[in-house]
Design a protein around this ligand. Structure first.
Ligand SMILES: Cc1cc2nc3c(=O)[nH]c(=O)nc-3n(C[C@H](O)[C@H](O)[C@H](O)COP(=O)(O)OP(=O)(O)OC[C@H]3O[C@@H](n4cnc5c(N)ncnc54)[C@H](O)[C@@H]3O)c2cc1C
Length: 413
């Protein structure tokens, strides 16, 4: 059995929901595919508030934010396929042929354009160098969030958190509220990775210590985690052998980074950016493969869900309008003070009045001027009081069709 559509959106998180709604509004017949039993993506398990300030001017919990889009989705005719996993995509005369696995067996979808809204996954214990066995109690922050908020089960009673990413900070507070003891958050770098507001509200307000330049080097325990070894980290980012301590605990919670989920993209020949690990995209999320779009955390890890929805909308709209045509691109070139800029290129045949660019600084810097230039002409200039890599900045710039676009940074103090 096969279904035909204009746009097939893969992933039913906030990016995919926004993409599907926008694509239908633009006139496309849309299929939305989600491998889980419910739409909403990661938001389903994020029960804390702070979502939606930019979009709705309100502080919503994750499920409340998702509900706003689910209400909009109910008013559309988008064909939603739950419990459906995209197994394979290959080119087809009409665009793309997707083979999907559903609870009723294999199905086929023919789509003119595809939107990849597959989100990101967490770095696991296998991706960080920790000696020892892998007993129960070693868990990523997202899995700990799922256990606590969805299953109603505590992953441990005496917890150590490795990494100061936002999910780990949020889980430090959540686990404390649920009665667990959080012994400390250990961060190998000399500065925290999470947002300052999360350090203040999730650690300081609960008296949870943050240990910078420290990491976990070994775990102990066979069936269940019994202790971890903590070592100081030198300026070369290597553990210092002489300074080690053993901390008794029954859970080690890893908050050591997110990686955009792009296995499907790679099978399609989509080129990935070495820093973002997401596809190289234009301003509408179109990748180097015509007709394949990417948005949300699959494109690059966003710090605000509001921007995830914004990118979903623009990818959905562009996918609905997609037609094979001659395109011309301008590169967006950030100087080396930037960690990255997104998108990496602009399709000049699709230029609006302003083009939205996102960037992160490579290092933490105080008063800094950011200048966006095209052909040497200043398009945008702003002085930021502080720039920090965990905080993504958004600017809207009147890019025109002529000449390369550069991003420059001048540290003022
Ligand atoms: C564990 C975790 C916790 C987070 N907590 C917070 C937080 O507290 N606050 C915050 O602001 N941000 C948080 N984030 C960031 C959050 O991911 C984004 O704000 C937002 O949810 C990203 O939306 P998305 O639609 O891009 O991805 P997601 O919300 O991850 O949605 C992607 C969806 O795609 C589906 N999918 C993936 N591959 C396939 C496939 N092959 N076939 C079918 N379906 C597929 C997944 O099942 C999922 O539902 C968290 C991220 C993670 C990973």
């Amino acid at each position: 059995m096969s279904v035909q559509c204009g746009v097939c959106v893969i992933g039913g998180g906030p990016a995919g929901l926004a993409a599907a709604i926008a694509a239908e509004k633009e006139g496309a017949k849309v299929v939305l595919i989600e491998r889980e039993a419910r739409l909403g993506g990661i938001l389903k398990q994020c029960v804390h508030d702070g979502f939606g300030l930019v979009r709705f001017g309100e502080k919503l919990a994750g499920p409340e934010y998702a509900e706003r889009y689910l209400d909009l989705l109910k008013k559309t005719t988008v064909h939603v396929m739950l419990h459906t996993f995209v197994d394979n995509i290959r080119p087809h005369a009409m665009g793309w042929h997707l083979t999907v696995v559903t609870s009723e067996g294999m199905r086929h979808i023919i789509a003119s354009a595809i939107v990849l809204a597959t989100g990101c996954r967490e770095r696991t214990a296998r991706q960080v160098a920790i000696h020892g066995t892998r007993p129960a109690g070693l868990i990523t922050a997202g899995a700990a969030q799922y256990y606590t908020n969805i299953l109603g089960q505590l992953p441990g009673r005496r917890c150590v958190i490795l990494g100061s990413g936002d999910i780990g900070l949020i889980m430090a507070r959540r686990l404390t509220l649920e009665g667990a003891q959080v012994l400390g958050v250990y961060e190998a770098k000399p500065v925290p990775s999470g947002l300052p507001r999360n350090i203040a509200q999730c650690l300081n307000d609960f008296g949870i210590p943050l240990h910078l330049s420290k990491t976990v080097t070994q775990v102990f325990g066979s069936e269940r985690l019994e202790a971890v070894e903590i070592a100081e980290v030198g300026s070369n980012m290597q553990p210092v052998n002489s300074v080690r301590e053993r901390v008794a605990c029954d859970a080690l919670i890893l908050s050591v980074g997110l990686i955009p989920e792009n296995e499907l993209a790679e099978t399609l020949g989509v080129e990935l950016h070495p820093v973002t690990k997401g596809p190289l995209c234009d301003q509408n999320g179109m990748t180097n493969v015509p007709g394949v779009f990417s948005c949300g955390n699959a494109a690059h890890v966003n710090d605000l869900v509001d921007y995830v929805s914004e990118s979903g909308e623009s990818a959905g709209r562009a996918a609905a309008r997609y037609a094979a045509k001659e395109r011309a691109y301008l590169d967006i070139v950030p100087d080396s003070s930037f960690l990255y800029a997104f998108p990496q290129r602009v399709d000049v045949t699709e230029l609006g009045e302003k083009t939205v660019l996102f960037f992160r600084s490579r290092d933490e810097c105080d008063r800094t001027r950011v200048i966006v230039k095209q052909n040497g002409r200043e398009l945008f200039k702003k002085t930021y009081r502080k720039l920090r890599p965990p905080e993504m900045e958004r600017v809207a710039v009147p890019i025109t069709a002529v000449g390369p676009v550069t991003l420059e940074m001048e540290v003022l103090s």
